[in-house]
Design a protein around this ligand. Structure first.
Ligand code: BDP
Length: 677
């Protein structure tokens, strides 16, 4: 029996457990080893089922047990344990657990060490599971076996991108001065944080692999092992981003051609060395033939050849290669309207469906372009029925306010996960993503972890949605608020909820309109408005605004044909102006400013109205936050207050530039006569 201390806390602050108080916890874990589940987290004691009743007689409030340890029939156990055991006939998976409360005892029965840990976190965030009357037994299993965070951390500071590419929370938690940190105590706390959210995989380095990072695979393996050792007790396996050119840059071979036997041999040897150091290593993440990264195209090979090369090196050890579908030509001729960046991933990958090895996971960004606040779901997801597939989100807020703006993204991810690419009777994106859910991390060495303290909610909600994709984003927000600010009054919690809940749509309202995307500043690294920043560049994200209209014609009839990459019903829904949802109208169609949306408003008036409303809302958010002074910790209050001032300023800048731009292009005045410039 062990008394729980705050050291066992789940989500951020140590006081998260305070409302729970001292509990006597009995852990039955004959199979638990220190390397499976952190010993001090679960205070593992070895007890066999036969002794359980006696132990409970000593007065435990909570019992955590591995199903395999509960010998004998249910009658041999306390009714709480028996009720948990009776939740289903199938054995619990290694991460699954069942929980029940009977006669003042709460029992968690788990399928494996990770399941016990997740069961424990479940109790911490569900205080009613620990107090009061009997509660019906519940069984919890993750919807996705793979719930992964990708870090875009550079080992050395990159001259343009800094230490963390698209990182807005300080420097890397893992690397400092060109190598893995000596002191990994903060990483251990981070691992606990991720486990509390349900994340079970991390890739530690940037998909754009610099020379220092490339060496993690070989010369610096021992340092990678140290990191893996820190993550392992929390049920988290480590992955590495690798460069496709490694056989040349690290191995000294003249080629990285995936069909050359010496190249395959090099990968096999390097991979065997990785597993000799880290037996539960997760696998490789690869960005190939994209934005300057090397890949199979250089040798006239396709991406199945490339992915299978690495997959075969990993297969003997049970490893996976996450092969990213983010492949497009960033040197296109902007005057050539027949090229369309949105088409690229489908054009490259759909013909390869069925050609990937079983341990290849094709990692697909949720939209066809690049993590915009509003995009249709990528058609690649529906095109790869015979390929394992992971959907990729961006928790780091590259295009959604860079952790200076409040932008709670769970509603966006939830919409994507619940979208049905084959129509109402078909599966959801979440169901199609049999290779799991992946996101780019938003964490750094910042004191609040995420720069903007409220951006923590995105990290938390990502993990929870990956575990249970049909969770309500609103409920997850409350869960995060409760765990993060356990001392806050109900009024403060409500205010915080109202500030954050609609913030993604607020952000959308004052930035690029109606799904057109990418009107961001290129010179300021995607922060703030840049109305024509990308319009005449080869990167290929255009809005085509002129005096008559705006939007990208992606129809089959007259445009790039992108709409035809969807199965029915979506190809027709998007093709037709009548049925295309308003929020995506400029993604799929080029329309006159006077075009009347389904909402009844014209495109130009919609632009004016949403941009004025967006700033009204950020003004209000400033006022709402001011009222929370004293209700939340002082450092948190000050940091958020300062950032809300910046958000409000930036929202005004967006409003003024977007409205002025479209007023000058169209010459159409605001119907309400507001001052535009
Ligand atoms: C884009 C980022 C770039 C990343 C790229 C990727 O701007 O920094 O390298 O995505 O996903 O959104 O590889």
């Amino acid at each position: 029996l062990d008394t729980v201390t705050t050291e066992h806390a789940a989500w951020l602050p140590a006081e998260a457990l305070a409302p729970i108080g001292a509990l006597r916890v009995l852990v039955l874990g004959s199979e638990l080893r220190a390397d499976t589940v952190r010993a001090d987290a679960l205070a593992a004691t070895t007890r066999w089922g036969g002794q359980l009743l006696d132990d409970l007689a000593l007065g435990a409030d909570v019992v955590l047990a591995l199903a395999a340890d509960l010998a004998g029939g249910t009658e041999a156990h306390h009714p709480a344990v028996a009720a948990a055991l009776a939740t289903g006939r199938d054995p619990l998976g290694p991460e699954g657990f069942a929980v029940a409360r009977v006669d003042g005892v709460t029992a968690v029965v788990a399928g494996g060490g990770s399941g016990l840990l997740y069961g424990w976190f479940h109790l911490v965030r569900t205080p009613t599971a620990l107090r009061g009357s009997n509660a019906p037994a519940e069984r919890h299993e993750p919807a996705h076996a793979l719930r992964m965070l990708d870090h875009w951390d550079n080992v050395s500071v990159h001259p343009v991108m800094g230490q963390v590419e698209r990182g807005y929370a300080g420097a890397s938690l893992f690397f400092c001065d060109g190598k893995v940190r000596g002191d990994l105590s903060r990483v251990a706390r981070y691992a606990r944080l991720l486990a509390a959210a349900g994340v079970n995989r991390v890739s530690i380095n940037n998909v754009n692999v610099g020379p220092d990072a490339a060496r993690l695979l070989t010369a610096d393996l021992d340092d990678v092992r140290r990191l893996a050792d820190v993550f392992r007790p929390w049920g988290i396996r480590l992955h590495l981003s690798v460069t496709f050119a490694a056989p040349i840059s690290l191995g000294g071979l003249p080629t990285a051609d995936p069909l050359m036997p010496e190249v395959a041999q090099w990968w096999a040897t390097a991979t065997a060395a990785v597993y000799a150091a880290i037996s539960d290593f997760g696998g490789y993440v690869v960005k190939a033939d994209s934005e300057g990264q090397p890949g199979p195209f250089a040798y006239g090979r396709n991406h199945a050849d490339g992915a299978n090369l690495l997959a075969r090196a990993l297969a003997p050890f049970g490893g996976i290669v996450h092969w990213r579908a983010f492949v497009y030509n960033h040197r296109q001729d902007w005057r050539d309207r027949s090229t369309d960046r949105a088409r690229a991933a489908f054009d490259h990958f759909a013909p390869l469906n069925g050609q990937f090895d079983e341990n290849v996971v094709l990692q697909v960004k949720y939209g066809p372009i690049d993590f915009q606040p509003r995009e249709p779901v990528s058609p690649v997801i529906a095109a790869m029925s015979a390929t394992r597939l992971a959907v990729e989100f961006q928790v780091t807020q590259e295009y959604t306010g860079q952790q200076r703006h409040v932008c709670y993204l769970a509603p966006l991810w939830s919409e994507v996960l619940g979208f049905r690419p084959w129509g109402q009777t078909g599966s959801t994106v979440s169901e199609a993503a049999d290779g799991g859910v992946v996101a780019v991390s938003n964490v750094g060495d910042d004191a609040f972890w995420t720069g903007h303290p409220l951006a923590q909610a995105n990290l938390y909600a990502f993990g929870r949605l990956a575990w249970a994709p049909s969770s309500s984003p609103t409920a997850l927000l409350d869960e995060w608020i409760g765990l993060t600010l356990p001392q806050a009054s109900a009024g403060v919690r409500r205010a915080l909820h109202s500030l954050m809940d609609g913030s993604w749509r607020t952000y959308e309202s004052y930035t690029a309109p109606l799904g057109v995307g990418f009107m961001v500043s290129s010179t300021r690294h995607h922060y703030g408005p840049g109305v024509d920043s990308y319009e005449y560049t080869p990167w290929g994200t255009y809005h085509f605004a002129d005096r008559d209209g705006v939007g990208v014609d992606r129809t089959r009839a007259t445009g790039t044909g992108f709409a035809g990459q969807y199965p029915q019903p979506w190809r027709d829904v998007y093709e037709s102006l009548e049925t295309c949802p308003d929020e995506l109208v400029l993604f799929f169609h080029h329309v006159p400013y006077g075009h009347v949306l389904n909402s009844g408003s014209t495109v130009i008036q919609h632009i004016y109205d949403t941009h004025f409303a967006g700033v009204e809302r950020t003004d209000e958010m400033l006022r709402e936050w001011a009222e929370l002074e004293g209700g939340v910790p002082g450092d948190l209050f000050a940091r958020v207050a300062e950032l809300l001032v910046e958000q409000d300023r930036s929202a005004r800048e967006w409003r003024d530039q977007i409205n002025t731009y479209f007023f000058r292009k169209s010459g159409v005045p605001d119907a309400q006569g507001r001052r535009i410039f």
